[in-house]
Design a protein around this ligand. Sequence first.
Ligand code: NAD
Ligand code: MN
Length: 355
Amino acid sequence: ARTLRIGLIPGDGIGKEVIPAGRRILEALPASLKLKFEFVDLKAGFETFEQTGAALPDKTVEILKNECDGALFGAVSSPSKAVKGYSSPIVALRKRLDLYANVRPVKSVMTAKNPIDMVIVRENTEDLYVKEERTYEAADGSKIAEAIKRISEKASFRIATMAGEIALRRQKIRESGAPSIHKSPMVTITHKSNVLSQTDGLFRATAREALAASKFSSVGVEEQIVDSMVYKLFRQPETYDVIVAPNLYGDILSDGAAALVGSLGLVPSANVGEGFAIGEPCHGSAPDIMGKNIANPIATLRSVALMLEFLNEETAAAKIYAAVDGNLEAGKLLSPDLGGTATTTEVVEDILRRL
Ligand code: NAD
Ligand code: MN
């Protein structure tokens, strides 16, 4: 039996309602998987900031680093006006744990009229997000602002390698019988190297090189310019399997793609580094529905499965995905964001029964 130690960081708002659902599904996994879980409750978020003066207490980072195999992160509220000393704990966490990839699967039910099943793999450490900006004055006294876009061979190579590995793993899950619209693995490299020949040119060439490795011989590789990609993503989303992109394009594409499946309450993500993964639903703290027990728990349950994939527990992950799909396809116990009347608890219990 393997024991996994999981840090639980509910954060603010509905994070406190959906993260307990994540814990429940881990505890309900069948004993035949020979998996045990230990949980550590950890703090982060705006409420934590108000109580302790730190949005991400050092203790949370230390425990994750030294004691945990993975973690689940709910959501945090950001104040509408800048508050002195406050900055996003998830951004800090990605940095301090070197979680260099943000992985976002976007999937509809197979019974949808035009089913889609893709995953966007976004580089998470560089590009325009190195935040090296400056503002200066032009000769006529008007302002000019500029920012550095940094692309490195190293970061591009490791993100493309991860995309290739995800493509292979998805193929393996399909071969184990999970229904899918894709027949063979494919990675699409996203860039704008027709204009940015050095930065995006380096990303494109390095990603090509990484995906040319013999272990990826069964993975198809194509590339697309980011703007025409957005067009195709909206017109023919079913054609995409795995998309790999530098930070900024990945950020935009992954939010855009999430819109294709209807509710934020369905879309999971994972922040992934070397041997560590944090599952995180894509939605925020949803103050408009907090405390009502109506938040959709599915984004979190899928994030749990995604975390398990990166901890090499594909069988357990596949069971959770299938139980969630079963609930959605049956369509009887759906939360209000999907047009239903079920509570968070009722949705979770239906999914646990299907497990
Ligand atoms: P949001 O994602 O919290 O909510 C947007 C809308 O979607 C709301 O109407 C909400 O009720 C609904 N929604 C979100 N999750 C849902 C779920 N699981 N089930 C049902 N409905 C759901 O985004 P927002 O309203 O723009 O932001 C609210 C707060 O969350 C802000 O403080 C913002 O800064 C923060 N935020 C945090 C994250 C994060 O932690 N990663 C992401 C986005 C926003
Ligand atoms: Mn974003």
